[in-house]
Design a protein around this ligand. Structure first.
Ligand code: BG6
Ligand code: MG
Length: 217
């Protein structure tokens, strides 16, 4: 059988959550808002615009559209400064063997990410060629937990939801996969991603037998 394997990017393929955090922290500091690692969990899988809204909410700050636009640009420029230096060694452990196994077994691979920086990151870490389809923050209007990003990816690969498997590190992303009726695989803490059908701490825990089961299910 041939299935669609759809991967989130940030926190699943690469550990870019730390860069998003550093860039948002600068904006928050400017505004006198205390922005902790715990707060950062709220931003995972969430769009750039929505992330700023959440941060402003933490500080009870109301701002003009002009100011918000300025901070969004600033945040992204800062973030780009971090990702410009990314290399293959920033791919999370265990990801490449999984991608290789899927390719060797004629499975389809897609990206389903909220990020508008997804393509340049895949290029930087040199794994763009694995992807049969890419759906990112430039292609969708509805953010996770809306399933749009994954539905579009499955459509591009000409696969049904039943034949689609989603790997996600965010609660919103797992919810999106579940709403779409796709198989959801949580990558991260099981207690946070408790709505996922399957849970793993990271890709080193995913073996070929599990992948074969998904293919033949
Ligand atoms: C998601 C990240 O993948 O992409 C979020 O989990 C981020 O933290 C979002 O805000 C949007 O990313 P970008 O690169 O378009 O600002
Ligand atoms: Mg993510």
């Amino acid at each position: 059988k041939q299935k669609a394997f759809i991967f989130d990017l940030d926190g699943v393929i690469v550990d870019t959550a730390k860069y998003h955090y550093l860039a948002w922290q600068k904006i928050a500091a400017q505004l006198g808002i205390d922005f902790t690692h715990e707060h950062n969990e709220l931003l995972k899988g969430v769009s750039r615009v929505r992330s700023l809204e959440i941060i402003l909410g933490l500080g009870n700050i109301e701002a003009s559209q002009e100011d918000k636009d300025k901070w969004l640009v600033e945040k992204n420029e800062d973030y780009l400064g971090y990702i410009i230096n990314m290399k293959e060694d920033e791919i999370l452990e265990g990801v490449v063997p999984v991608l290789d196994f899927l390719k060797e077994n004629s499975q389809l691979i897609a990206l389903g990410s909220a990020s508008k920086n997804a393509r340049p990151i895949l290029e930087k870490v040199n794994i763009l060629h694995y992807f049969d389809a890419i759906v990112d923050g430039n292609d969708v209007t509805n953010a996770k937990p809306d399933p749009e990003v994954f539905v579009r990816a499955a459509q591009l690969l000409d696969k049904t939801a039943q034949d689609s498997i989603v790997f996600e590190d965010s609660v919103a992303g797992i919810q999106a996969a579940n709403i779409a009726n796709m198989v959801s695989v949580g990558i991260g803490h099981k207690d946070i991603l408790n709505e996922a059908r399957f849970n793993f701490n990271d890709f080193t825990e995913i073996d070929n037998n599990f992948l074969k089961t998904l293919v033949n299910e």
